[in-house]
Design a protein around this ligand. Structure first.
Ligand code: NDP
Length: 502
């Protein structure tokens, strides 16, 4: 039986679930609240305000004032760097507390916090990385095109008020990937977390206040997509929308941007391939591929390599190891150090995953293990057993849809050309991994695969490297120069040389 997740407030640092608007902690004007049910037990953990259009309006106006009147957009580079580095320090100091709050949100086990990409250290590093950009965010000086009597140069200025919407699966990391570059560029922000992952975000916002960010520069509105998210993305005073989540909501974001041509960044997930060649370390490839799909977030991760394209010669070896890894998944209370993976976030997501598994079976894929909801002690939670399919054909829905659950589809291939064709036969293009000990093949594959990131014999997130997708995996990149520049506008300045200047 999964132990109660009812929080001991002091132990997990849980404070009231109030929103942050203009430096004040407030409830929704209409007094509406949302009760959060923990995905491992179904028990109610705490409640949060549901922001309506009026609350969102207050938050956006606060961000607008903080942008137009300052002081954050006008702050000297030294001051912005100081605040961003202080935020990183506070995240490191409160790292365990933040991970516990995240476990109350989405049940991602604390044991997973030792993996760098899901640790609070990574979240802190995202702020440190962007602090480093503040004094390097530069325009350029251009040679005069039509003669030598004037100077042409460009400035990078903050884009304005950012409306950010993030999902439940990695709230701390996704918060950082939007808030850190926006603040580094001098923008002000209104952020809506998922209604399924609010605790950790509210605490992180409190740490940012403590670091000295001026009131109104970061505002948090809580509540569901409708009405809260909808009011935010359609607000006329928002200059840029930054979103991570489903393609369906991504399309709404693009539609909401059209009226005023708001700037848009989207990270919309993937159906990423792992290409395993016969010359690879097949056991490691199988362990890591199955691990990223089933351990930690239970496949609720955009970059999970959910299609294993495996050379026919090593197919059985791959399958045996992947099945063994599925046996290492242990579900339960996320605070238990022996627990290695999580339930699905809600019953809707669980039903969706089970529905896709049923479609795979009906289409003729061979189920090797898993395939059903976990029963017994786990019956009250949204747990789905780690699931492995083989003999999958790339036109089946389990090979095309982003399942967002612990499901790996193995697709056998015969040669490089076939592997490339299958890898690129997807509407997405977020990530891929190539498993081979032939360096020339590794580079051939890297060039041929259409994806935002390609790992060779492994895959990891890096806070300073561009992350984002081709095709329907999104628009723009997070991390690196491209991310911070996407929170700026370029202004060209033309300066004629007058006699006095010569
Ligand atoms: P959504 O895209 O619905 O949720 C992401 C965020 O968008 C949440 O904060 C959500 O709010 C918000 N949102 C929902 N509707 C609106 C709206 N009309 N206007 C503004 N914001 C809105 O993802 P789902 O939770 O429905 O998950 C469905 C599928 O999406 C998954 O199975 C997966 O395939 C994909 N997904 C991909 C992610 C990624 O990392 N790329 C992350 C999450 C999902 P709230 O949750 O509070 O309703």
């Amino acid at each position: 039986m999964v132990a109660s997740i009812k929080p001991n407030r002091d132990e997990v640092g849980l404070t009231d679930g109030l929103m942050l608007i203009d430096g004040k902690r407030i409830a929704a004007l209409a007094g509406q609240t949302w009760s959060h049910s923990h995905p491992a037990t179904g028990e109610e953990v705490a409640s949060f305000p549901v922001a309506g259009a009026q609350d969102v309006d207050l938050a956006v106006r606060a961000a607008r004032r903080a942008f137009d009147a300052g002081p954050w957009p006008q702050a000297r580079a030294r001051e912005r760097i100081r605040v961003l580095r202080k935020i990183a320090d506070l995240i490191r100091e409160h790292g365990d507390e933040l991970l516990k709050l995240q476990a109350l949100d989405n049940s991602v086990p604390l044991s997973f916090g030792s993996v760098y990409a899901t640790s609070s250290a990574f979240v802190a590093d995202v702020f440190d990385h962007h602090a480093g950009w503040v004094d390097k965010l530069a325009g350029e000086t251009l040679p005069p095109y039509q003669g030598g009597d004037h100077m042409v140069f460009t400035l990078r200025e903050p884009v304005g008020v950012v409306g950010a919407v993030i999902p439940w699966n990695a709230p701390l990391l996704l918060f950082a990937q939007k808030v850190a570059p926006a603040l580094a560029a001098g923008c002000t922000i209104v952020l809506k977390p998922s209604e399924y992952a609010t605790f950790a975000v509210l605490r992180l916002a409190a740490l940012i206040e403590e670091a000295g960010l001026p009131a109104g520069a970061l505002n948090i509105v809580t509540g569901p997509g409708d009405p809260t998210g909808d009011a935010l993305i359609n607000h006329p005073m928002v200059d840029k929308l930054s979103f991570t989540g489903s393609r369906a909501v991504g399309r709404r974001i693009v539609a909401a941007s059209a009226d005023r041509f708001k700037r848009v960044s989207l990270e919309l997930g993937g159906k990423s391939p792992a290409l395993v060649f016969a010359d690879a370390d097949v056991s490691t490839a199988a362990a890591i591929t199955m691990g990223t799909v089933t351990l930690g977030l239970s496949g609720q991760v955009c970059l999970a390599q959910t299609r294993a394209l495996v050379h026919r010669e090593v197919h059985d070896e791959f399958l045996a190891m992947a099945e063994m890894i599925s046996g290492m998944v242990s579900y339960g209370n996320p605070f238990d150090p022996a627990v290695t993976s999580s339930p699905l976030i809600n019953t809707r997501q669980m039903d969706r995953v089970l529905g896709l598994i049923a479609e795979g079976q009906a289409a003729g894929a061979r189920l090797v293990c898993g395939g059903s909801r976990s029963e017994g002690d786990l019956a009250a939670g949204n747990f789905v057993a780690p699931t492995l399919f083989t003999d999958v054909s790339n036109d089946m829905s389990i090979a095309r849809e982003e399942i967002f659950g612990p499901v790996l589809s193995v697709i056998p291939f015969t040669d490089e050309d076939e592997a490339i064709r299958i890898a690129n036969d997807t509407e997405y293009g977020l990530a891929a991994t190539v498993w081979t000990n032939d360096i020339k093949r590794a580079f051939r594959m890297t060039k041929a695969i259409r994806a935002g990131t390609v790992g060779i014999n492994g895959y990891q997130l890096e806070p300073h490297a561009a992350f984002g997708g081709y095709g329907q995996s999104g628009l723009g990149r997070e991390g690196g120069r491209g991310a911070i520049e996407s929170y700026t506008e370029v202004k060209t300045v033309l300066l004629p040389f007058t006699d006095e200047m010569m």
